[in-house]
Design a protein around this ligand. Structure first.
Ligand SMILES: [Zn+2]
Length: 261
């Protein structure tokens, strides 16, 4: 099993992912450029079996039509996205498995908040959870906005009670490259976060096309403000440092501040 992380160089800095199984079977996630995805698969001598759209926004689905014209792929989506996502023909639910090969599959998580048709995928290989494809729910050092069909209270539940409980060794594969910008936000509300400072220093030198940098969920808990809702420095900066302030209140305030940042 191999994960190919493709940086699209698009204005929104989207990532497309290809999961390659042992027999050369591929699953594509959020294809930005359908031709590019097909060329990548062909250049590796493989066969594209399926496409997953994490949610209905067009920057995550715009490659679907080209791929559907040239393959007999299954197009997987959240049931709420079937009518909105081009070519979507198979609704998948929490716990469903999209098989890559005999020892590798993608487990579907229902993750509302950015929209109500958003799913994330846990990549399992040889019985272990390896990666999380998280679309616009979780980014490196940030979370998605709720401007286009979402709800920040629901996003809080997804981040805090679902993604936050997954194994810390799991690699995060987000839908966009927003790391540098998000680290700036982290450091505004937590200026003494040394891990975030170190990563921001390295950020300028990252070649996203050839050597994309990934984090793990464990690392996210160190640098992602939206996972650090009980941190005292952050709560003080927000003037939300009363002991009875809930994590949800801190999350909602941060999400609001991030909208205008
Ligand atoms: Zn997006």
């Amino acid at each position: 099993m191999k994960v190919h992380q493709i940086f699209t160089n698009s204005p929104l800095r989207n990532f497309t992912y290809l999961v390659e199984g042992k027999q050369g079977h591929f699953i594509a996630i959020d294809p930005w450029d359908g031709e590019l995805v097909l060329n990548e698969v062909h250049s590796k001598g493989g066969l594209l079996k399926g496409v997953v759209s994490t949610h209905e926004h067009s920057d995550h689905t715009r490659g679907n039509v080209v791929i559907s014209k040239k393959t007999s792929c299954v197009f997987y989506a959240h049931p709420n996205g079937l009518a909105k996502i081009p070519c979507a023909n198979k609704g998948v639910h929490e716990g469903d498995r999209i098989v890559v090969d005999e020892s590798c599959y993608l487990e579907v998580l229902d993750t509302p908040g950015h929209t109500f048709a958003h799913l994330c995928l846990i990549l399992w290989n040889e019985g272990s959870p390896i990666g999380l494809f998280c679309g616009d729910t979780l980014f490196n050092a940030g979370v998605g906005n709720c401007h286009n069909g979402g709800d920040p209270k629901v996003l809080f539940e997804t981040i805090d009670k679902k993604l936050g409980l997954l194994g810390e060794e799991i690699i995060v594969y987000p839908g966009h490259e927003y790391l540098g910008n998000n680290l700036g936000f982290t450091l505004k509300y937590e200026p003494n976060n040394e891990v975030a400072k170190d990563l921001l220093e390295k950020y300028q030198g990252i070649d996203w096309t050839n050597e994309p940098v990934t984090t793990t969920l464990g690392r996210e808990k160190e640098i992602n403000t939206f996972f650090r809702l009980e941190n005292e420095e952050i709560r003080k900066k927000l003037s939300l440092d009363k002991s009875d302030t809930s994590k949800e209140e801190v999350f909602l305030r941060l999400r609001e501040l991030r909208n205008n940042w």
